[in-house]
Each structure stands twice: as C-alpha cells, then as structure tokens.
Design a protein around this ligand. Structure first.
Ligand SMILES: Cc1ncc(COP(=O)(O)O)c(C=O)c1O
Length: 375
C-alpha cells in the first residue's frame, strides 16, 4: 500500500507516501511523450473524481489548501473591516489567508476532546462584521461540524470547512467536501493523498462555482473556442503529472483510512493504559486519522518526549498550533484562547503508516518516562 522504494533515511517517519513510482510510470511516460503537461485529461478526470468521491456538485483543483482558502476569501469578497471566525487550533494558513485579504481573524477556542471549534465560542464571537466562519477539521476530524453549520445557517453566515487534513473523513455518512458551503483540501506530502503540493475546493453552490471557474482561469470564459476575459483572475492549477498521482491514491483512499484506524486502535490500547488521551471522535464520524495525536499525561514533559524519540530515530511533533498564541497574532490581537494553548503544549503527533511498528514506538515512550509495561 505504501511506496516500496521510500527509505525515510533510517528514521521512523510520521508518514510514508501511499504512492510509488511504478504506479504512475505509464501515465508519466505518456505525458512526457505527448507534451501535455497542463489542462489535459488527467486534471479533468481528477477534478471529476474528487466531485464524485465527496458527493459535492462542483470541485476545483488548486496548488494548495492555502490558495484554496485564499480563493474563498476573494470569492466571498472579504476584505478590510470584515471579520472571519476561525478555529484556533490549526496550521497558521487558516488565519493567514484572512489576515492577507485585510480582514481580522477572530479566534474561537476549541474542545479539549475533539480539538474542534466550540459552538458557544462561535456564538460569542459573531458580530455584525462577521463575513464567514472557517471550521477546521482538526487533524482530519470533522466532529461537531453539524452544530456549527446550523449556527452559521441560522445567521446567514457562509461556512468554510478547512478540510486540509480531512479527505476521506465523513459525518453522518456525508463526506467532507459535501458538509459545508465551501470546503478546502490539501494534497501536501503530510496528507493521506499527496500530489507533492496541491489542493481542491468543493461546493454545492452553482453561482459560486461559476465564479470560481472564471477566477481560476485568469478571469476567462471560453466562447466559440476563444477566450473572453470577463474578470481578473489567477492561476492556481495542478499539473497533469500531479493529477495522475492524485487519481492513483484516490482509488485506494478508503482502504488507507481503514488501515490507519487499525493503527490508531493499536496505539490507543497501549497509550491510554499509560494515561495518554486520544482525540475524541463523535459516534457518527469517520475520522481518516490524518494525524495520530495524543495528549500527554499531565506532569510528563511533551517536549522531552519529542527529543527522546528523535534520539531513538522516531519522528514526532506537536499536535498543531494555537493560532492566537503565534507571535504575530498574539502581538496584534492579544486574545489567546486557553484550550487551544493547552493543546499546543500537551499534544504529540506519532508515526502512522502502513507497517509502522507501534510496539516499538510505545516502548520508546515507556522508556522516556520509565513507565513499566502492564503486561
Ligand atoms: C488545517 C490546515 N489548513 C491549511 C493547511 C495548508 O495546507 P497547504 O500546505 O496545502 O497549503 C494545512 C497544512 O497542513 C493545515 O493543516
């Protein structure tokens, strides 16, 4: 399932790519022979397949989740004087794109269990300036999006789902991509499906889709085989080579998700017995286990654990970031959210891929904290 040629330089890495060169060789050769590197059949097919897989009415490929999210800001005309409420436990891109268009990112605290936006925080932060809400599927987990969606719908506020980590996840059997008004995915190499760099936007809104198609084509519509530039626009396109990679992985995505659930359960059994707490997932949610994140027991030093694991050739990292506590945002807005800050300090991401030796990782953790095995 994972690349057989991937070496990882002797280190147990956080993730291994779920694609090998053998799988793409035929199509890559064909592309090099026919010279069609962009805007060809593979890009068209990959966009169609993202649409079919998520169940969304429209899908657009982009160069990253960052450009996808930024495009949503432009699409909704968000700018100076506007506010966008964002989940506070996320990768900086979630807030950066709001800041970049001149609006204010308003940080909503998250649940210590699911790591996702708290509905009561959202309600508290809505003002007349709120132009959108960005709900982050923290580490791929969409738990709670339903409640957030209802609040947004009742108030007439567009809901953008930052599903950078969530391809393959679902709530109530509805896949991410078909839950919010606009959804943005990432295909970065840390994700389950990678095109090197890349991303996508999905929506069920026909008007937005029409405008996105134009914006993402330099502002052009094609009429009688000719371009007519009816708007200004951008180039955030994926290449044909990247689309081939995406197509190959999308086919096996559900199997990848199943496999990662098995790995999560193996880790949980060992680590929960040591007092570690796993990210909670609602009953009706399928979590793709994009990142396997645990809260380190109180009194144990998370940073020491990361260093100790590194010394044993095991890669790990923090869960993700408290956006309101990042230097730039802390200095500008001084509104640090406490749960999110605790999660940044207490969480650790552990290696998760097809044949990872979970026992070896757990043994290394036990060694760091001198915890005896229960068995
Ligand atoms: C929640 C979240 N949003 C946005 C991004 C940015 O994704 P990209 O690297 O595709 O721009 C990331 C990247 O990891 C992320 O985790």
């Amino acid at each position: 399932m994972v690349s057989e040629t991937y070496r990882g330089h002797g280190m147990i890495k956080l993730i291994k790519p779920y694609i090998s060169f053998d799988e793409v060789e035929t199509e890559f050769r064909e592309i090099f022979e026919n010279g069609c590197f962009t805007r060809g059949k593979h890009v068209a097919a990959f966009a169609e397949q993202i649409k079919a897989y998520t169940g969304a009415h429209h899908a657009f490929l982009t160069t990253s989740a960052t450009t996808a999210l930024w495009m949503c800001m432009r699409l909704l005309g968000i700018g100076n004087g506007d506010e966008v409420i964002v989940s506070d436990f996320s990768f900086p891109a979630t807030a950066n794109i709001v800041e970049d268009v001149g609006a204010r990112p308003v940080f909503a605290d998250v649940s210590m269990d699911t790591f996702n936006m708290l509905p009561e925080e959202l309600e508290r932060k809505i003002t007349s300036k709120t132009k959108a809400v960005i709900f982050v599927d923290a580490l791929g987990n969409p738990s709670g999006i339903h409640t957030i969606k209802k609040i947004c719908r009742d108030r007439g506020i567009p809901l953008i789902e930052d599903a950078a980590c969530a391809i393959g996840s679902s709530e109530n059997s509805i896949r991410c991509g078909n839950l919010a008004d606009l959804t943005c995915f990432s295909f970065h190499p840390r994700k389950l499906l990678t095109t090197g760099e890349g991303g996508a936007i999905t929506t069920n809104n026909d008007d937005w889709a029409k405008r996105l198609a134009i914006k993402l084509a330099h502002g052009a519509v094609t009429q009688n085989g000719k371009f007519d530039f009816v708007d200004y626009g951008y180039n955030f396109r994926l290449s044909e080579l990247q689309a081939v990679m995406g197509i190959k992985q999308l086919k096996k995505l559900d199997a990848i998700v199943q496999d990662r659930s098995r790995i999560r359960d193996a880790y949980k059994l060992e680590l929960e017995a040591m007092g570690f707490r796993s990210q909670q997932v609602s009953k009706n949610v399928m979590h793709n286990v994009q990142s396997l994140v645990f809260r380190v027991p109180e009194g144990l030093d998370r940073d020491r654990l990361i260093t100790d694991l590194k010394n044993q050739d095991i890669e790990s990292t923090l869960g993700t970031y408290c956006l309101s506590g990042l230097n730039y945002y802390k200095q500008k807005y001084s509104d640090i959210r406490q749960n999110s800050r605790s999660l940044q300090e207490q969480t650790i991401t552990l290696p998760c891929f097809h044949n990872v030796n979970t026992m070896q990782v757990c043994k290394a953790i036990r060694k760091t904290f001198k915890i005896k095995s229960a068995k």
